[in-house]
Design a protein around this ligand. Structure first.
Ligand SMILES: NC(=O)C1=CN([C@@H]2O[C@H](COP(=O)(O)OP(=O)(O)OC[C@H]3O[C@@H](n4cnc5c(N)ncnc54)[C@H](O)[C@@H]3O)[C@@H](O)[C@H]2O)C=CC1
Ligand SMILES: O=C(CO)COP(=O)(O)O
Length: 318
């Protein structure tokens, strides 16, 4: 039995896709929102999409406790608190983190966070190029399922593959969680680049050098370089840095244009930029683009001055 915890855009989209395989429980933390979704079979997160009958929408954690696999589809900064608050319901299960960010307090990704809080659980990561709006409409994509336990990884790959989601398997949870988190920061930089009017050539250069620093940090921390080259790294970076459907990219666009952005939107790259800037400094890894994004979103430097700093760095080998 599968449950999805978090009934925002992504959790609901995943539940819709999984419901084509069998019954799914979708847990929303807000009881009133849960009741509304159950009654109307729709959500403001996915306009125009009807929730299939196979999704059981609930605000009861007891319903989640019945599942053997729980997908965690909430913002990265909330995962730790959620796990701590629901230890009894979640321990011993396969917990598949679907968030893309680094925890600001611990500077770790979700698989490490799960392992630290619930030693009896099996941590896994589901990540890769996948806009909720696409998945909810049944459009196809391919994702990475990462689980250090090979047997559990095979089971998750089988159980979470659907008619529109093709899953590739790896045991490298570190590489998978880093790819998904780090690309959001580069997506903000890409949006700011376009918003400022620097053009597509500059964006391609930023994406490429951004990818170089993603790979540098991942290799330093012990991830498999091949993971970064796959769906969770290169694949998602490409999508998020080039599409208006990405909130991180659109947030960057607004920054570049000097416009305000929806304060309630989930823009993972903001806090992850700050977390990764700390991590890079602590580990002695050179990450100039991520560090500048942290400075820009923290309001300590303007986009134009940031680009000036990048261009005036000492010349080096590629
Ligand atoms: N929307 C998308 O296209 C995709 C999103 N993701 C990732 O999924 C994660 C969630 O994003 P979205 O669903 O898009 O965000 P969202 O803003 O649409 O929804 C967030 C959901 O998390 C819930 N939530 C917030 N704080 C919580 C807490 N403390 N405890 C429990 N639940 C809490 C909210 O009530 C809401 O239902 C993010 O890490 C994002 O990077 C990954 C792939 C695609
Ligand atoms: O991760 C995503 C697509 O794979 C979603 O990107 P945003 O969070 O920037 O909207």
């Amino acid at each position: 039995m599968i449950a999805v915890a978090g009934a925002g855009a992504f959790g609901t989209a995943l539940a819709i896709s999984l419901a084509s395989n069998g019954p799914v429980t979708l847990w929303a933390r807000d009881a009133a929102a849960s009741a509304r979704m159950r009654e109307r079979r729709e959500t403001a997160y996915l306009p125009g999409v009807t929730l299939p009958a196979g999704i059981d929408i609930t605000a009861e954690m007891a319903a989640v406790a019945l599942a053997d696999t729980v997908l965690l589809a909430m913002p990265a900064q909330t995962i730790r608190g959620f796990l701590e608050a629901n230890r009894d319901a979640l321990d011993g299960k396969a917990l598949v983190a679907c968030c893309k960010g680094i925890d600001l307090a611990t500077l770790t990704g979700a698989a490490s966070t799960i392992g630290a809080i619930l030693p009896g659980a099996t941590p896994a990561i589901l990540t890769g190029p996948s806009f909720a709006a696409d998945i909810a409409r049944g459009l196809p994509t391919a994702l990475t399922i990462a689980c250090a336990d090979e047997g559990a990884g095979h089971r998750l790959q089988r159980d979470l593959t659907t008619g529109n989601l093709r899953l590739y398997r790896t045991t490298d949870t570190l590489g998978a969680e880093l790819g998904g988190a780090l690309k959001n920061v580069i997506a903000i930089a890409s949006g700011a680049c376009i918003g400022k009017g620097y053009g597509a050539s500059a964006r391609a250069a930023l994406m490429t050098r951004g990818f170089a620093e993603m790979q540098r940090l991942a290799a330093h921390l012990g991830a498999d370089p091949a993971t970064l080259m796959g769906l969770s790294g290169f694949g998602d970076l490409t999508l998020t840095c080039t599409s208006d459907l990405s909130r991180n990219y659109r947030f960057g666009l607004a920054l570049g244009r000097g416009e305000a952005f929806d304060a309630g939107a989930t823009v993972e790259g903001v806090r992850t930029a700050e977390a990764v800037a700390h991590l890079a400094r602590r580990e002695g890894v050179d990450m100039p683009i991520t560090t500048l994004v942290a400075e820009v979103v923290g309001g300590r430097i303007e986009v134009a001055a940031g680009l000036g700093q990048l261009l005036s760095r000492p010349l080096k080998e590629e």
